[in-house]
Ligand binder design. Structure first.
Ligand SMILES: [Fe+2]
Length: 336
């Protein structure tokens, strides 16, 4: 069985020979900056995929959201998970085509939490995977709280609706086999870990205070600041440690990393990649505490993307240096 639901036991991951991450969608396009060994730029990747000239059509779409293709290699096993699918199917289709990605190799899809910038590309991604694998159902991992109808309360008190994420029925119509369960689990022969609920332990990481959701009888809005549906993923790379993938970090980056450290001890954390949610007036004030506490993990790799914001990225670069911190960009491939 390729999915193991872990209700009480601790997850034991198979140590990978290597992990590859393809950044299918991210906020930023940066195909020119030089990158360290083990990382290839969007430009190299579109040329490898067959681009014959530099043109607007061959470049990837960067847009607000994230989608990572995670591939674990161990011995002769090569297995692949799609972690989130960005804000729309247009970017998925375009970037998959330009990067020459075979969607048929995706054996599982994971949604990190119930927000449109991570979820609205799912039906297209599922459809493309199912078509490319010959019509087999694609396992899609979600949990019930993700399907809340959400909104934000603006400064003037108005409600600004968030697009609902695709329903289970829509995902099934696209070709999904939906696993709707809040528990932590290992995926694909213990090569990948998907967390359960992330404990909130820091004093300064406060979720999304402006968020509300429809109440159970759909008569009013109720506070929904904690986003307890959020999950992160992790892999264990042999000789390096645990690489954590956190798509939006509404739980707080430090809460995510403390939970990962506790979950996998004594294996050390190696790195973290994703959206760290430190942009905007509500979050920029906690950049100093976050960067201070990030030091306790002694990470070798930090890849801030999506909702991290340039101020937090700059603060991390100042604190840890370019050998550790590499800002993420769409179309890059990272090998660990
Ligand atoms: Fe996000």
């Amino acid at each position: 069985m390729s999915t193991e639901i872990l209700r009480n036991s601790s997850p034991e991951l198979v140590a990978l020979d290597s992990a590859e991450v393809f950044v299918l969608i991210d906020n930023v396009s940066d195909g020119l900056s030089s990158v360290p060994d083990g990382v290839t730029n969007e430009m190299d990747n579109i040329m490898e995929a067959g681009a014959k000239s530099f043109s607007g059509e061959t470049l990837c779409f960067a847009c607000f959201g994230i989608s990572l293709i995670l591939t674990g290699k161990v011995g002769d096993q090569v297995r692949t998970v799609l972690f989130d699918a960005g804000p729309n199917g247009i970017a998925i289709e375009h970037n998959v085509s330009n990067l020459g990605i075979d969607m048929g190799v995706i054996e599982a899809v994971v949604l990190s939490h119930g927000h449109t910038d991570h979820a609205s590309g799912l039906p297209t991604a599922i459809k493309m995977s199912a078509q490319a694998n010959g019509g087999g159902r694609v396992p899609v991992h979600v949990n019930p709280e993700m399907f809340s109808h959400r909104a934000e309360v603006l400064d003037n008190g108005d409600i600004f609706l968030s697009e609902n994420i695709p329903t289970i029925e829509v995902m099934e119509q696209a070709g999904a086999q939906v696993i709707n369960d809040p528990a932590q689990r290992n995926l694909l022969g213990d090569l990948f870990y998907l967390s359960g609920e992330i404990p909130r332990t820091t004093s300064y990481e406060l979720g999304l205070p402006v968020q509300v959701r429809r109440n159970a009888d759909d008569t009013d809005w109720e506070p929904d600041p904690w986003l307890m549906d959020e999950r992160y993923m992790a892999v264990h790379v042999q000789g390096k440690g645990i690489m954590v993938f956190t798509a939006c970090s509404h739980a707080g980056l430090i809460n995510v990393l403390r939970h990962a450290r506790e979950t996998f001890a004594p294996i050390p954390l190696y790195g973290v990649m994703g959206g760290f949610h430190l942009a905007g007036g509500l979050f920029e004030p906690i950049i100093p505490e976050t960067v201070r506490d990030l030091a306790e993990f002694d990470l070798k790799v930090i890849v801030p993307g999506h909702c991290t914001g340039w101020r937090a990225t700059r603060a991390m670069l100042d604190a840890f240096g370019e050998d550790i911190v590499l800002p993420s960009a769409v179309g890059r491939r990272h090998i660990y």
